[in-house]
Design a protein around this ligand. Structure first.
Ligand SMILES: Nc1ncnc2c1ncn2[C@@H]1O[C@H](COP(=O)(O)OP(=O)(O)OP(=O)(O)O)[C@@H](O)[C@H]1O
Ligand SMILES: [Mg+2]
Length: 310
């Protein structure tokens, strides 16, 4: 469905994508993850025709995305990271307008608006002026616009930002339903639990290429040692075998409690500056940590915290 080869993109001297390859199959949800600035939105923008690549190729449904974008556009649903709704139009008018842009009209459009509004709980908001919606409601409308037409490839760039627990569940269910119907979905997020919840495959974007790719279970199995992280007041000490990162030292370990105990025993004077010990259990997050050498930016605080009583 989606086949990307050797994709490159620089902004001035900043090389963001450096020969990136990625395949996504029909019915697959591909969880695209990577640190802030890794290039996820750049990738989504290029593939959906919003920005030009410097090199490489993108094929969608066998068509060349750079040459045949007009034919591809109606098969493609995109909810970019930056929200694009008309604030002066009602929610319903936004849905009508964007549905029309993608070639859905008449009865089909009315049916799709009703279905999408129900799926993303927009029914009670249809007559509201879009500009007066809350942040999470706007994001829901923005995402709904991408779901109006039947696409064979869907790009969602952080669609659950600002969403409450219920809306997030509804959106994940909608994405799963679309995948079950055969749609290929590229889902960029920092919430790794969403990828786990959807059973999505994983693509980790790091250093301008996809560093790790596979189904969830195999990615976690390949890199899934629990990770231990020690945090200090001030600069962390340098310990053999531990990655040093400012106030933190980290290492992946099959037996994390033993690794933490051994590190603490060897701290000497620095022990008084030890503030916290975290053990990140084996899951997508620890696989991500192992591949990228750091935690995903916005959800560090969601790590399981294990305080050590010294
Ligand atoms: N139009 C632009 N001009 C110059 N630099 C840009 C432009 N768009 C993005 N960049 C830079 O390219 C890099 C990749 O940005 P991008 O938005 O693709 O990252 P991202 O992975 O989506 O990050 P986030 O998780 O924060 O959304 C960043 O360093 C960003 O500052
Ligand atoms: Mg982004």
């Amino acid at each position: 469905m989606l086949r990307i080869r050797g994709l490159s993109k620089s902004y001035g001297r900043l090389a963001v994508l450096r020969g990136l390859d990625l395949d996504v199959q029909p019915g697959e949800i591909c969880g695209l993850i990577g640190r802030n600035g890794a290039g996820k939105t750049t990738l989504v923008s290029i593939v959906s025709g919003l920005c030009a690549a410097d090199g490489g190729s993108v094929r969608i449904d066998g068509l060349d995305a750079f040459r045949d974008m007009r034919r591809i556009r109606t098969r493609l649903g995109v909810a970019p990271q930056d929200m694009g709704i008309y604030p002066t139009l009602s929610v319903h008018a936004n849905l009508e307008f964007f549905g029309g842009l993608n070639g859905v009209r008449g009865t089909a459009l009315r049916r799709r608006i009703a279905a999408v509004a129900e799926e993303l709980s927009l029914e009670d908001l249809l007559s509201r002026c879009a500009g007066t919606l809350s942040g999470g409601q706007k994001r829901r409308l923005h995402t709904a616009l991408a779901l109006l037409h039947t696409s064979s490839l869907l790009f969602l760039d952080e669609p659950t930002v600002g969403a409450d627990v219920v809306s997030r569940g509804e959106l994940l269910a909608a994405v799963r339903r679309l995948a079950c119907e055969g749609c290929a979905v590229v889902y960029a997020t920092h919430h790794l639990a969403e990828i786990e919840e959807m059973g999505a495959s994983v693509a980790i974007l790091e250093g301008g290429v996809i560093q790790e790719r596979g189904d969830l279970a195999s990615v976690v199995a390949r890199h899934g040692h629990s990770t231990v992280e020690l945090e200090f007041a001030g600069e962390a000490p340098v310990l053999d075998g531990w990655e040093h990162d400012g106030a933190f030292i980290r290492r992946a370990a099959p037996d994390p409690a033993r690794a933490a105990a051994a590190a603490i025993a060897s701290l000497d004077g620095a022990a008084t500056r030890l503030r916290n010990v975290r053990i990140v259990p084996t899951n997508l997050q620890s696989a991500y940590l192992a591949v990228t050498g750091r935690a995903p930016d916005p959800i560090v605080s969601e790590m399981e915290l294990v305080d050590v009583v010294a």
